[in-house]
Design a protein around this ligand. Structure first.
Ligand code: GDP
Length: 423
């Protein structure tokens, strides 16, 4: 038995740890004895909650423990550890300290209006408040990177029906997560597969094919596909390598966050040529109009038109004019090129989500910070010093709610509910 006397234990209370043989019979005999002594099993998150209440951790660190327990990838583990180390807490604590000082100056000015306070004090209060509001705003404008890293980075697989989107996601997931079939319009809802790409959590979403349809269910699938494509951080636009005109469907999402993927290169007569320069030099191979489905605008895809608008400049993604660039050639059937696609995707993800400065990781933090900025900005515009002081106090309270420095009783149940038992 190990004995950790208060306050130098993890929870800050007296803690006894029994190390016993793990058999069911031994455990239940011990539990029986402990129950007779009036002890009970801990609730989920109860140890962390007690540690928080006894001042061993702030709320951000308590949340980091939950994140650490739930971390599935290396980047998630690292982010949780940084938060547990108190990096984020130190940033918010620093802001609180600065604001407390500013508020103290302001209150002094209110309380002693007749005293000769330096005239520049008002300017200093405004300057400090403005500076802090700006810093919090910059911290908020982080593209939700921390939250994305916690929840998984959304990658939508989009493209015309039958391009091989489901086949690709299956190949990546190495299991039959999505039913593939040669009948267009099989994927009517969104199917998600979580994968670990170079340590980053990525959620791949297979969507319904982008095409016009009279089928109500398919139309709904299309609506969701478009919405998901819009919301995703990165899009893989998959098209049939034999039908390069299909790539025009990607024009709705210009920019480097749309990766073009030419699938079914195994069906091209000369895959070698295609691999070199798949878009402009695409070998028609055995393509025919039958392989190329109707486009979204209802016009028939004319098949390969080497001089047509689908002629694309080299260089991944899209060029500066927004025109689709070179596509990555793959075959979801044979697996050719899939590793290359995954490393391109992993590269893109790690570039965007490699985190240097501490970032906020939860919507809860974001909400409090946004409220704090709102109060600060209102305070800056206030005409009476008393009103300004009230706004600064509100901002201080919002900052305090993130780390749990001010009363957060109402938050605790929500925060600790997600913990697992024994933490
Ligand atoms: P989705 O509608 O875009 O999800 O397309 P599916 O993944 O359901 O694929 C449509 C059809 O194309 C299926 O019969 C697949 O087996 C076939 N297919 C998908 N990828 C490839 C590929 O790389 N090569 C070949 N030859 N066929 C493929």
């Amino acid at each position: 038995m190990l004995w950790f006397p208060a306050p130098r234990s993890a929870t800050g209370e007296d803690v006894a740890e029994f190390h016993v043989h793990g058999s069911r019979a031994v455990l239940s005999a011990i539990m029986e004895v402990l129950r007779h002594l009036g002890l009970r099993l801990a609730e989920p998150g109860e140890f962390t909650r007690r540690a928080f209440l006894n001042g061993k951790l702030d709320l951000l660190q308590a949340e980091a423990i939950a994140d650490l327990a739930a971390a599935e990838t290396e980047a998630q583990r690292r982010q949780a550890l940084r938060q547990l180390d108190g990096e984020l807490g130190a940033l918010y604590h620093g802001w609180r300290q600065r604001l407390t000082r500013t508020l103290a100056h302001l209150e002094a000015a209110i309380d002693f209006p007749d005293e000769d306070l330096p005239p520049e004090i008002e300017d200093r209060i405004l300057g400090e408040t403005e500076g802090l509001a700006g810093e919090i705003e910059r911290h908020l404008a982080d593209g939700h990177r921390g939250e994305r890293l916690r929840d998984g980075i959304m990658v939508a697989i989009i493209g015309p029906p039958n391009a091989g989107k489901s086949s690709l996601i299956n190949k990546i997931a190495r299991r039959d997560a999505v039913i593939t079939s040669p009948i267009a319009g099989t994927t009517r809802d969104i199917v998600e597969v979580a994968v670990d790409l170079q340590g980053y959590p990525v959620v791949l979403a297979d969507t319904a094919g982008l095409r016009d349809s009279d089928d109500v269910v398919e139309q709904e699938g299309l609506r969701r596909a478009l919405q998901r494509a819009e919301e995703a951080e990165i899009r893989l636009f998959v098209f049939d390598a034999r039908c390069p005109d299909q790539v025009q469907g990607a024009a709705a999402w210009p920019g480097p966050d749309t990766i073009l993927v030419a699938n079914k290169v195994d069906l091209l007569r000369s895959p070698e040529a295609a691999r070199k320069d798949v878009m402009p030099g695409l070998d028609p191979g055995i393509h025919g109009d039958s392989a190329c489905t109707k486009r979204m605008d209802g016009r028939d895809t004319p098949g390969l038109d080497t001089d047509g608008p689908s002629r694309a400049p080299p260089g991944g993604g899209h060029d500066k004019s927004g025109a689709p660039g070179k596509a990555l050639p793959i075959s979801a059937l044979t697996g050719e090129g899939v590793e290359g696609l995954l490393s391109a995707l992993g590269e893109r993800v790690s570039q965007t989500y490699r985190i240097e400065a501490p970032v906020l990781t939860r919507a809860r933090h974001r909400q409090s910070l946004e409220d704090a900025v709102l109060s600060l900005r209102r305070g800056l515009g206030a005409t009476l010093p008393e009103l300004r002081a009230e706004d600064l106090r509100l901002a201080l309270r919002n900052l305090g709610r993130i780390t749990g420095t001010v009363d957060v009783e109402d938050l605790l149940d929500v925060i600790f509910r997600d913990f697992c038992i024994g933490k």
